[in-house]
Design a protein around this ligand. Structure first.
Ligand SMILES: [Zn+2]
Ligand SMILES: [Zn+2]
Length: 154
């Protein structure tokens, strides 16, 4: 991606810049992202926490994610656009919702996550790696576990 990237909510009151390359780019099919964005799934740019600079007010709504851990989603209190998320157990990374980028065409997902929760009316790109549940650790800036197996690679 071309860094720095900028983006924000629909009304422009909540803005952000991304100052480093993301750890990854993914389509998230979890139910919480479906609800929070009103979409079938959410494109998320997985950015190092320190590289995300927010400007403007936001409200956070916290609920258990499909992982069972609390996940907060930051949204503009004026227009309601969900802009980013924050998983309590992963402090190293913040998912930023790709549709809020000023240049959303820069988004290029490499995988689908939480596909166990994907809607049957969603057509996924078969070329992208599929994760039944959570994202791989590298996408959160964490070391990859050894001997990991991925669906379709066994
Ligand atoms: Zn707004
Ligand atoms: Zn999600």
């Amino acid at each position: 991606m071309q860094i720095p990237l900028s983006g924000g909510c629909f009304c422009g009151a909540l803005r952000y810049t991304l100052s480093a390359q993301p750890y990854g780019q993914a389509n998230c099919h979890c139910r919480a992202c479906q609800h929070a964005t009103g979409g079938a799934f959410a494109g998320v740019v997985l950015v190092p926490t320190e590289a995300l600079e927010l400007k403007g007010e936001y409200t956070e709504y916290t609920a258990p994610g499909d992982s069972g851990h609390p996940v907060s989603r930051g949204f503009c209190p004026r227009c309601g656009t969900t802009v980013f998320a924050h998983t309590a157990r992963i402090e190293s990374m913040r998912p930023v919702y790709a549709s809020t980028l000023d240049q959303p065409e820069q988004f290029a997902p490499s995988l689908d996550a939480w596909v166990d929760f994907a809607q049957p009316w969603v057509l996924m790109d078969p070329a992208l790696a599929k994760y039944p549940r959570d994202l791989p650790a590298e996408c959160a800036g964490l070391p990859a576990p050894k001997n990991r197996k991925r669906r379709g690679q066994e």
